[in-house]
Design a protein around this ligand. Sequence first.
Ligand SMILES: Cc1ncc(COP(=O)(O)O)c(C=O)c1O
Length: 355
Amino acid sequence: MHKKLFIPGPTEVRDDILQAQAKPMIGHRSKEFSALYEGIVNKIKQALNTKNYVIVFTSSGTGIMEGAIRNCVYKDVLCCVNGAFSDRWFKIAKACGKNADAITVEWGKAIKPEMIEEKLKQKKYDAVTLVHNESSTGVRAPLEEIAEVMKKYPDTFWLVDTVSSLMGDKIEIDKLGIDVCLASVQKCFALPPGLAVCTVTERALERTRTITDRGYYFDFDAMLKRYEKDRQTPTTPAVTLMYALDKQMDKILAEGMENRYKRHLEMAKYVREWAKKYFALFPEPGYESVTLTCVDNTRKITVADLNSELGKRGFQISNGYGDLKEKTFRIAHMGDLTLDEIKELIDNINDILKL
Ligand SMILES: Cc1ncc(COP(=O)(O)O)c(C=O)c1O
């Protein structure tokens, strides 16, 4: 039996989207591919309301996390660390040979704008990395307030991981001034894993061109030059996944972005209310994710047992991440899931736990 996924990726993929992949192959040097890729890029720009460049990489999101560092950082980068994925970006920066400093706060807490400002006052950084939606803790960063600080330091580029929030939580990329905004498609896009998407500002592209050791596969300039030339990619892309992405962008646009954001918020509010009634929320108040809820396991239930009982009924949630295993658990409400499906899951949890 298939277990419906309420985990923070991969999320549940609808049948018509799965079917969209099962089409005869086309060559990636064909006119058909150029039309497919151009269509995808334009639809993503429309959905995100951005004038920035859009690139689709055949990789998971981590690839672009590394790419963003290599394309935008000469030497010094400031990494905001408040969970597993933000810590991964810090490690990536060091692995790329950059001088990386971190602002580290306890898991479950948010990085505040004043913490970033304090660091930027002391030292000139090429870029700041920030994870918008920490999937390990369910913490959502205050992007609007941080944007105000970033605007005071125009030479410092802003790289934002929206891996588990883009297309589910409204992010005004252009207004906020995000230089590189990246996401994986197996989260709020509700697609199978294998593609990652980013937006890139003109100034970020200009800087990329001045960095000689920016690597090869994730070279933004090479990707965009090839796109400019014939709407293709320098290397072989995952064409089947692009069929699915194209169809999914049509469906996302048909739903309407405001409706999509509203649906995510309604699901989040429902799960938060339930969690507050029977458990507690793990994130610091006011910084709760809109796409997943991290529940503090105050009742000391055995999360693994709950999940195996849920599995028998055709549902799957996530245990806590890393050290938070059994101390927390996570219910994702992202992608194409509906409030009715969330209610069905919660009813089943209540029934199993006799709440
Ligand atoms: C916030 C966040 N950043 C980065 C990643 C890594 O993405 P990927 O697994 O697509 O490389 C994840 C994956 O769960 C994530 O949730």
